[in-house]
Write a new protein. Structure first.
Length: 166
């Protein structure tokens, strides 16, 4: 996945698409980025229904372009705050970095973790509990599963864990 992208590009978005529409969604996204002159590369993730967007552009700019778009084939777009391998220790470190960065900008007292796993044998609920416990201890926040101030999303797609804090 990382061997063909340029060194200054990083994973900025994970796009979930309609099954079987990966090629059309990739073309649609590539055309969108070209129209707005965003240096972005759309790549297949190796797991059906999921595309990666790599870019050296600021994540906020990529987000603004995506927010304006009417995309026919994309179902969900997650902006990525941190990435890691799919081992639990690496995921905890990436989630901690992303949450710490978020906390430097906003004041929150509670959170929850929501995981989605595709192309891996990891258990979603177990991952949510383990990462949630580690983040609770590290960030000194309360877990609130019903009405959290913030949610830490962990998306595992093949051999990549993408973390989004929103």
């Amino acid at each position: 996945m990382t061997d063909e992208k340029s060194e200054d590009q990083k994973l900025v978005a994970l796009v979930r698409v309609k099954p079987g529409a990966e090629d059309r969604a990739a073309r649609e996204l590539s055309d969108l980025f070209a129209r707005f002159k965003v240096g972005a590369e759309v790549r297949e993730s190796g797991v059906g229904g999921n595309l990666f967007v790599f870019s050296s552009a600021p994540k906020g700019y990529v987000a603004a372009v995506l927010a304006r778009a009417r995309l026919a084939y994309s179902e969900t777009i997650l902006l990525v705050d941190a990435t890691s391998g799919v081992d639990v220790e690496s995921i905890i470190k990436a989630a901690s970095r992303a949450l710490t960065d978020y906390l430097s900008k906003k004041r929150v007292t509670s959170f929850k973790v929501k995981a989605r796993v595709r192309g891996s044998q990891m258990e979603e609920k177990e991952l949510e509990v383990v990462v949630g416990k580690a983040l609770k201890e590290g960030a000194r926040l309360e877990v609130n599963l019903e009405n959290p101030d913030v949610t830490v999303y962990i998306s595992i797609v093949g051999d990549v864990a993408a973390v989004t804090v929103a």
